[in-house]
Design a protein around this ligand. Structure first.
Ligand code: AMP
Length: 189
């Protein structure tokens, strides 16, 4: 089973992704985590990506596709499938993902949208900053990340809905309730 987890910054994608991957033996592919890792290791890619991430903008598709390709190659056949978290983030990336998947003969089975009201997101991001210390978790950068989400990522909701893949979950509920709602969707045929 291959899944995409969609939702605005602060919706709880990372937390739910870990729970889903553990239960269904999926490989967690978080482009945000991979990029942060590159930044903290000071790699060439990390140096290129750092400013863009700190401003809450999107890293170039070339970099992202390179990351995805090598990740898929390294992990294909090791798990029961992939969970894409933070990718795709635009219609262009969704088309590139389609091409990539065709080339390795896999398909997306479901797209889970974590719906969370904007007013709740800021509160959550501020709390997360205290726990994880992410530099892009602050009010100004969040505004830019939300703006990028609304303009570039949100069109994917209609895109995957039209493909009959989209499943919506209320992400404002408590973590275990959200997880149960997701499990119900994934266990249904
Ligand atoms: P995230 O952890 O998913 O919120 O990602 C943190 C930051 O990494 C984003 O604000 C972007 O700057 C960058 N990023 C992560 N995934 C992507 C992607 N698929 N395309 C472009 N930039 C990304």
């Amino acid at each position: 089973m291959n899944l995409i987890l969609l939702g605005p910054p602060g919706a709880g994608k990372g937390t739910q992704a870990k729970m889903i991957c553990q239960k269904f033996n999926l490989c967690h592919l978080s482009t945000g985590d991979i990029l942060r890792n590159e930044v903290s290791n000071g790699t060439d890619l990390g140096v290129l990506a750092k400013d863009v991430i700190d401003k809450g903008q999107l890293v170039s598709d070339d970099i992202i596709i390179k990351i995805i390709k090598s990740f898929l190659n390294e992990n294909n056949n090791k798990f029961s499938g992939f969970l894409f978290d933070g990718f795709p983030r635009s219609l262009d990336q969704a088309n590139k993902l389609n091409d990539l998947m065709k080339s390795i003969n896999i398909v997306i089975h479901k797209v889970i949208l974590l719906n969370v009201d904007q007013s709740v997101l800021l509160e959550r991001i501020i709390q997360r900053k205290e726990v994880e210390g992410r530099k892009d978790d602050n009010k100004n950068v969040l505004e830019s990340r939300l703006d990028v989400y609304l303009t570039q990522t949100q069109p994917l909701v209609d895109y995957y809905n039209d493909l009959n893949l989209l499943k919506k979950v209320d992400g404002t509920n408590e973590i275990n309730q959200v997880n149960q709602d997701i499990n119900t969707i994934l266990e249904a045929a």
